[in-house]
Design a binder for this molecule. Structure first.
Ligand SMILES: [Zn+2]
Length: 267
């Protein structure tokens, strides 16, 4: 009994140690790299993307990554630099190892939310256009008094102001909600069926496109940019529509040292 307790205690301590090791803060080398900036000291400038055509880059891209302590203050800078790097290169996702940081962090574009947001914005703009047209028609009516016209014009000005504010909000949402951050992510379940996703590509593999084998949907867990734990199901594998689940799987592979060229399939 005593031995069992001792063993349990040892296992417990070992587990705690392993957990502590597996989610450590950035090392001094990593800190230096995240804060490095050859283009003039702006902390959020883009970083060089590792390429498979370079031997040492290629070896690094094949390494498995470690979890990061989500309270590390440099995560914010890393995420900001990854975002500008991705946007500057026209990507829809990028993983930390692609810029030389072997940590379980990636960002991905929420195509699902983008479609939703764009549709809502389109509907709002349509409603506004209809409202504007209706008021204009009212104003033009001969039987409308000058006082009523002034009141209608005021109504229109108020709505125009609201409209500008809503449009600003839409722009902000695009920046903060469309680029999702996944810290220490996991795929906890997935569909039995797989699909052959058409036209995969990677910022680390120049001039290569191919079809990759992907799960149709995945259940995922990760910490977002605010440090909140997220559990959700992602789906979508249509290049011309929603393909959020594919982007997540592509980036998740990167942190395991796997590239899309390892998963090629025939249409
Ligand atoms: Zn990639």
């Amino acid at each position: 009994m005593v031995n069992i307790c001792k063993n349990s205690l040892l296992s417990f301590l070992l587990l705690i140690t392993l957990q502590a090791q597996s989610s450590s803060k950035f090392s001094d080398r990593e800190k230096q790299h995240i804060l490095s900036d050859k283009e003039g000291n702006r902390k959020e400038s883009p970083m060089r993307i590792l390429q498979t055509t370079n031997r040492s880059d290629s070896l690094m891209l094949r390494k498995e990554c470690l979890d990061i302590d989500i309270s590390d203050p440099l995560l914010k800078t890393l995420i900001a630099r990854m975002s500008v790097t991705m946007l500057q290169n026209g990507g829809v996702g990028i993983a930390a190892p692609q810029i030389g940081i072997l940590r379980n962090v990636f960002i991905f574009v929420r195509v699902d939310k983008m479609l939703e947001l764009a549709q809502r914005e389109q509907e709002r703009q349509k409603e506004y256009a209809q409202f504007k047209e209706k008021i204009k028609q009212e104003i033009e009516k001969e039987e409308i008094s000058a006082k009523e016209k002034r009141s209608l014009k005021k109504k229109l000005r108020i709505q125009e102001k609201r409209e500008r504010a809503e449009y600003k909000k839409f722009g902000k949402k695009i920046q903060t909600e469309i680029i999702e951050v996944a810290i220490n992510p996991k795929i906890v379940a997935h569909s039995d069926s797989v699909v052959c996703f058409l036209g995969d590509g990677c910022l680390s593999i120049p001039d290569v496109q191919g079809n990759s084998l992907r799960y149709a949907w995945i259940d995922v867990e990760y910490y977002n940019r605010h440090g909140a734990k997220v559990r959700e199901q992602l789906s979508g594998y249509d290049r011309n529509g929603d393909f959020t689940a594919v982007i997540f799987q592509h980036e998740y592979d990167h942190i395991q040292g796997v590239l899309f060229i390892d998963k090629l399939c025939v249409e």
